[in-house]
Design a protein around this ligand. Structure first.
Ligand code: MRU
Length: 372
């Protein structure tokens, strides 16, 4: 998607032996557009942990490159030591962001993919191939999510014959993926097709991904949008000002419970109470097929309370951080919540739109050929 009218992606390769990655540094957006080169496995872990990169699909791809860089650094070891050490690296990588399942899915599939070779050289090569495949696949998934999801927007427009108002939470845009986004993919396609639409953007405290990232990427790509405080959605829905809620997911169970950025659950409750359709857009890499009960089984990341206590933004031409509550105030920082399947209208995936029910999702599992 576009930054300053130039097509960009969140991550790209640079150099050889080893291949490094250059990522768009999301910490100071929208006020500073900077790219960072990640040269080592440790750089990748820090980038995920510090949210230089964030958003479940992007974290997954970044982690796959991290695994490659780890494998490359171990290439001179014997095969047994290589595999033991690689396991230590993967444990470290998985611990960086515990809720987004894409990270774990990417690592376990990469390990499976590279595990059939008889030399470290071949395994290193396979780990890079895996990262590249995942990168291309995530772009393809986003595009297909867009193609399925845009039909919902088209239908609303056909009925309403006026601007379609969509509410989104956090950033499930192209910045959270490689391109197009998940929740934003149908929105970008609807724009391409000339459907008049407008997006309500939740600011998404405490990290303000809505204010800093979603509002910015929509504006850069010419999508009309309005920033709202996190608490405004219910009021807008009561007054008929939201036609559709579209959010992303960091992990979704086989029964259709959806973990997403903290506050998503409250939007889903308000949507249910006001008969507003509530859709979740996600690639299959965001499913955790091992889980049945999202509320009790999904690990919710708890982040540094300072993210709640302090806010940052542009002042006097510089990015500055200020303390909001009284000095010494306690704060809790739960990163995600779980929206139970009963509040979700449908799951928009790269294979179509599915009801959030185990029986329906089994059909999706058959399509992607996952057993167990
Ligand atoms: O903590 P973050 O910024 O990584 O959280 C991101 C979200 O919650 C997104 O909405 C989610 O990853 C959806 S994926 C496009």
């Amino acid at each position: 998607m576009l930054i300053n009218s130039i097509p960009q992606r969140t991550i790209r390769e640079s150099g050889t032996e080893p291949v490094r990655v250059v990522v768009l540094d999301q910490r100071n957006l929208p006020h500073k557009i900077e790219y960072v080169e990640l040269q080592t496995f440790e750089d990748i872990c820090n980038a995920i942990n510090d949210m230089i990169v964030r958003g479940a699909p992007l974290i997954g791809v970044c982690a796959a490159y991290g695994l490659y860089l780890a494998a490359f650094s171990l290439k001179d070891l014997g095969l047994d030591s290589f595999q033991t050490k690689l396991k230590e690296f993967t444990d470290k990588l998985i611990a960086t962001r515990p809720t987004a399942i894409n990270l774990r899915n990417a690592i376990s599939k990469a390990i499976e993919f590279i595990g059939h070779f008889n030399s470290t050289e071949e395994e290193v090569h396979a780990s890079l191939k895996y990262a590249r495949n995942l990168y291309e696949n995530e772009i393809d998934c986003s595009r297909k999510i867009g193609e399925y999801g845009v039909k919902l927007i088209e239908d609303i427009y056909q009925n309403k014959k006026s601007t379609v108002n969509i509410l989104t939470h956090c950033n499930a845009g192209w910045l959270a993926t490689i391109d197009y986004g998940t929740a934003t993919a149908p929105i970008y396609l609807a724009m391409e097709r000339g459907i008049p639409l407008h997006v309500w953007v939740d600011e998404t405290r405490p990290r303000n991904q809505g204010a800093k990232l979603t509002a910015w990427e929509l504006m850069e790509n010419g999508v009309p949008c309005t920033l709202i405080p996190d608490n405004a959605g219910g009021h807008l829905m009561q007054h008929g000002l939201v036609d559709l809620c579209l959010v992303g997911s960091d992990r979704t169970t086989r029964t259709g419970d959806v973990a997403n950025k903290i506050g998503t659950y409250l939007k889903a409750l308000a949507a249910k109470d006001n008969s507003v359709p509530f859709y979740v857009a996600l690639p299959c890499s965001s499913f955790d097929w091992s889980l049945l009960d999202g509320i009790n089984e999904i690990q919710i990341e708890q982040r540094n309370p300072e993210e709640v206590l302090y806010v940052d933004g542009l002042a006097d031409g510089k990015i500055q951080t200020v303390l909001v509550p009284p000095l010494g105030c306690n704060a809790a920082n739960y990163g995600f919540d779980v929206t139970p399947a009963r509040l979700v209208t449908g799951l928009i995936t790269e294979h179509g739109i599915f009801k959030p029910e185990e029986k329906e999702l089994n059909k999706l599992r058959e399509i992607i050929n996952i057993k167990g």
